[in-house]
Design a protein around this ligand. Structure first.
Ligand SMILES: NC(=O)c1ccc[n+]([C@@H]2O[C@H](COP(=O)([O-])OP(=O)(O)OC[C@H]3O[C@@H](n4cnc5c(N)ncnc54)[C@H](O)[C@@H]3O)[C@@H](O)[C@H]2O)c1
Ligand SMILES: O=c1ccn([C@@H]2O[C@H](COP(=O)(O)OP(=O)(O)O[C@H]3O[C@H](CO)[C@@H](O)[C@H](O)[C@H]3O)[C@@H](O)[C@H]2O)c(=O)[nH]1
Length: 327
């Protein structure tokens, strides 16, 4: 069977990628240290518990499974934590990715798909961002992802590794069949926190900053459904297998929503008030991040199917309701 090594396959996005890879006829082999992921999210292929910086363990897993490609999701991705503990991000995300790239180029695995982020663009008020926009990250998380993009270009040139990087905007929603969903530990993302507040599983949601230069004073983000996001990754694999050149794609819809608009949409979907308070800005947050690119649509034929705010919130809500109390 055609195998794909999925680092971070026990996490939110990686587990959804495993599901779609299995549906597309691949065997997804998860490689994960379970630092923020969950063993019970690995449902669609084998789980190999291991650490990105452990070259010997990577060599052993790669030699045994002989994957034809790697999807690299494993990373720390909490923007606030990256401001407080930047060294964790440079070690885990940059040293970890370098160890992985060393292992896969030595094993001559031909194709690589990388999870990058619009956080690499940084503060660029009012600009619709496309892949040629300058990258000026304002937090260590974005800095670590930009460093891996640069590293990947050099490894590709050196070894012939074919690769694409996807710069995700804000990923939301869950598997509509509710087999898997979003569960970060600790949870820092707006939509799951709002849903937890509605269910009374947490205190009121704090709106981080109401003095941004936006239409209602709160930050603007471009939300994309996790199912659409991972569909682009499968297309990315096909693109590389058919000889596509190394490149970068934004994955966002081009529509930006403020924090208050997201909260209103959560209230509409759940038909309940979202308990909220207003607080100061969260260090490291950019004012607005919205994709202004159609490159993934043009080159990969990517067409988001699920990425409306009501659909993303309703799938996330379905998953949340199917779960018991916080693990
Ligand atoms: N969620 C978003 O909105 C978003 C947006 C942009 C980019 N991304 C990127 O997408 C990827 C996946 O994000 P997610 O939201 O699914 O996060 P997640 O925390 O749910 O998943 C990350 C997974 O990687 C594993 N991992 C982390 N460090 C590891 C290491 N050193 N060795 C082995 N496994 C390790 C974790 O245990 C976890 O299962 C990340 O690279 C993240 O930066 C996410
Ligand atoms: O309790 C909360 C949590 C979030 N927010 C705001 O909601 C927006 C979205 O925040 P969050 O869901 O934490 O996502 P981001 O900080 O935008 O980061 C996500 O989206 C980035 C791309 O924008 C990715 O790179 C990151 O991995 C991913 O965590 C931001 O304006 C936050 O300030 C609040 O007001 N209150």
């Amino acid at each position: 069977m055609r195998k794909v090594l999925v680092t971070g396959g026990a996490g939110y996005i990686g587990s959804h990628a495993c599901k779609q890879l299995a549906e597309a006829g691949y065997e997804p082999v998860t490689y994960d240290n379970l630092s923020t992921g969950w063993q019970d999210a690995v449902k669609f292929g084998p789980a190999e518990i291991g650490e990105l910086t452990d070259r010997a363990r990577l060599n052993e897993v790669i030699a045994r499974h002989q994957p034809e490609a790697v999807m690299h999701f494993a990373a720390l991705s909490d923007v606030g934590q990256s401001m407080r503990e930047p060294q964790l991000y440079w070690r885990n995300n940059v040293v970890g990715s370098m160890t992985l790239l060393d292992a896969i180029t030595a094993a001559e695995i031909p194709r690589f798909v990388f999870s990058s982020t619009c956080a690499t663009y940084g503060e660029q008020d009012g600009v619709m961002l496309d892949e040629t926009s300058s990258q000026n990250p304002i937090n260590a998380y974005g800095g670590s992802k930009r460093a891996v993009e640069d590293m990947l270009r050099d490894y590709g040139r050196m070894s012939g590794l074919a690769h694409v990087s996807f710069r995700y905007f804000n990923v939301a929603g869950a598997d509509p069949e509710r087999q898997i969903g979003e569960f970060h530990r600790p949870e820092t993302h707006l939509i799951p926190l709002a849903l937890d507040a509605v269910r009374g599983r947490r205190d009121a949601l704090t709106i981080f900053g109401t003095d941004y230069e936006t239409r209602d004073g709160t930050c603007v983000r471009d939300y994309v459904h996790v199912m659409d996001l991972v569909d682009a990754h499968i297309r990315g694999l096909d693109y590389l297998a058919s000889g596509g050149k190394e490149t970068v794609f934004n994955l966002g819809t081009g529509s930006g929503f403020t924090v208050r608009e997201v909260i209103d949409a959560v209230a509409d979907v759940t038909e309940q008030k979202v308990p909220c308070t207003e607080g100061p800005r969260r260090p490291g947050d950019c004012t607005a991040l919205v994709s202004g690119s159609s490159k993934a649509r043009e080159i990969l034929g990517w067409e988001p199917q699920y990425s409306t705010l009501p659909q993303m919130i309703s799938d996330a809500w379905g998953w949340h309701q199917s779960q018991g109390y916080i693990r």
